[in-house]
Design a binder for this molecule. Structure first.
Ligand code: SF4
Length: 344
């Protein structure tokens, strides 16, 4: 018995080749793209633009894969978290975050992660595997459906995994989300833990997509103690890559800084951060830590108190930076990255 082709796994060229190999005119590939990516067809049978005979012929040799929704949780604050099962049994998470008029989807780029950040549960799960382009795109297609009647306004690659550690598949997924599903690339942000050479490659492969960097410390000693990636690409290399990142005139890089009590929340840390980022067009998101305590080998990570957080912000603002305090959302549904998959 021949193996059926998963139409969702095919890029533009491969879909064209599939249509040709099936004796179909080229425009059929465009129709398949329209039905899969814009009309969310989950089976070939749903493509009613095709005759019944054509649907039967295609269904004999192809199918449309779909991630399996295993768990959906809703938070009091409107955040919704989904656990999706992959065909090999691994699980990944996507989170829908409402914020005023925005509805942001946070998606995963890998099952697990090899970066091992001390404050992150996905880091504890370890690395399972890279997601394939269609597994990344499918989180968007399913969440877009689950969000109805509301419309997704933004996508951030801040879920499980380091996107720049799976850059080719992330770039291909972005290509399909923008070209096939017609989502604006200016509303997509890819967040890295600091893979410096990947930032340059990302600029070339996903031009126009926004960049966020999870920096979390302004000195190499503190950063290396909570983010092992810093031993490979210390701050000097990371900042050099940020200075080279091509930006459109009014665009800025987003800097994420998770505030950890007595780890990176001192006034001296804020001053060092302000100096480090001087001259880089950026906005800084300060995120008081909201994860579980005693996260790393008994080491306690806690949320700083409000005064400390505000004083930290004040130093940055006085130095001329845009710094915004972001409240973590969805705490009651384990919305921080890896918390749900880690339960599985
Ligand atoms: S914070 Fe991001 S890069 Fe770091 S371990 Fe977690 S998923 Fe990986």
């Amino acid at each position: 018995m021949s193996v059926k082709t998963d139409l969702k796994s095919l890029d533009r060229g491969a879909l064209g080749a599939f249509a040709k190999g099936s004796g179909l005119p080229a425009y059929r590939a465009g129709q398949l793209i329209h039905w899969i990516y814009e009309r969310n067809a989950g089976t070939i049978e749903e493509i009613t633009e095709f005759s019944k005979k054509l649907r039967q012929e295609l269904a004999a040799k192809a199918f449309i894969s779909r991630l399996q929704l295993k768990t959906a949780l809703s938070s009091e604050d409107g955040t919704r978290k989904f656990l999706f099962g992959l065909s090999d049994g691994n699980a990944i998470e996507s989170v829908l975050i409402p914020d005023g008029k925005r509805l942001t989807l946070c998606i995963s780029s890998q099952a697990g992660c090899r970066m091992g950040c001390g404050f992150c549960l996905t880091g504890k799960i370890g690395f399972k595997r890279d997601l394939l382009p269609h597994e990344i795109v499918d989180q968007f297609l399913l969440a877009r459906q689950l969000a109805l009647p509301e419309t997704l306004t933004n996508i951030v690659f801040m879920g499980m995994g380091e996107p720049l550690d799976n850059l080719d598949n992330v770039a291909e997924a972005i290509k399909r989300i923008t070209a096939f599903a017609r989502f604006s690339k200016r509303r997509i942000t890819v967040s890295t833990s600091g893979v410096a050479p990947g930032i340059r490659e990302f600029a070339a492969k996903a031009s126009g997509v926004k960049l966020a960097v999870s920096i979390n410390a302004a000195t190499d000693s503190v950063r290396s103690s909570i983010m092992p990636i810093n031993r490979k690409y210390p701050l000097q290399k990371l900042i050099a890559a940020l200075r080279d990142f091509p930006l459109a005139p009014r665009d800025r890089i987003t800097i994420e800084y998770v505030l950890l009590k007595r780890v990176n929340d001192a006034q001296a840390d804020a001053k060092a951060l302000a100096g480090l980022l001087r001259g880089i067009p950026c906005k800084i998101n300060l995120i008081p830590y909201n994860g579980p305590e005693n996260c790393e080998n008994g080491r306690a990570f806690n949320m700083p108190d409000e005064n400390t957080t505000m004083a930290f912000q004040d130093v940055l603002v006085r130095a001329g930076h845009t710094a915004i305090i972001r409240k973590s959302k969805g705490k009651d549904i384990l919305a921080a990255c890896g918390q749900l998959a880690g339960k599985g």
